[in-house]
Design a protein around this ligand. Structure first.
Ligand SMILES: [Zn+2]
Ligand SMILES: [Zn+2]
Length: 140
């Protein structure tokens, strides 16, 4: 199963293959500041499942921390994905691949939330313990 998407202007095309490792929402300040939105809807993939199928010359990377290599299109500034080398996973923003059915399973960094979402899903204070977080849950 393949899903294709593009940056805001269409110069960069991204393709994912198979199924994501996980989907959910990140409420952290970095995601909010970079995206300009109150929450980031993420889909996590093995790096080999993600390919830039056209316009790779327009892809630039901004890295504020070692955990996140944020990839965007230099023509339009549109955001594509964030590579998390320390996790071994790539977050292809749900919006980047619109044909993928977005089925969120978790909220991370909910302690930083500015947009409370009472959807019944688990709310992690930061990250799961297996991803070096506290694994602590917080109430809606
Ligand atoms: Zn673009
Ligand atoms: Zn985040």
């Amino acid at each position: 199963m393949k899903h294709t998407g593009t940056c805001f202007c269409g110069a960069v095309e991204v393709q994912v293959t198979g199924a994501p490792e996980g989907m959910g929402y990140c409420h952290c300040g970095s995601c909010r500041s970079w995206s300009g939105g109150p929450v980031n809807a993420f889909t996590l993939w093995q790096p080999k499942a993600v390919q830039i199928t056209s316009g790779s010359q327009y892809v630039a990377t901004f890295k504020k921390t070692a955990m996140s290599q944020r990839k965007y299109c230099v023509k339009c500034g549109g955001h594509l994905m964030t590579n998390h080398p320390t996790l071994g996973l790539v977050d292809v923003f749900a919006t980047t691949i619109p044909t993928l059915a977005f089925m969120p399973g978790v909220h991370v960094n909910y302690a930083e939330a500015v947009l409370p979402m009472r959807d019944g899903l688990p709310k992690l204070k930061d990250f799961p313990a297996e991803l070096s977080g506290s694994g602590e849950m917080i109430a809606e």
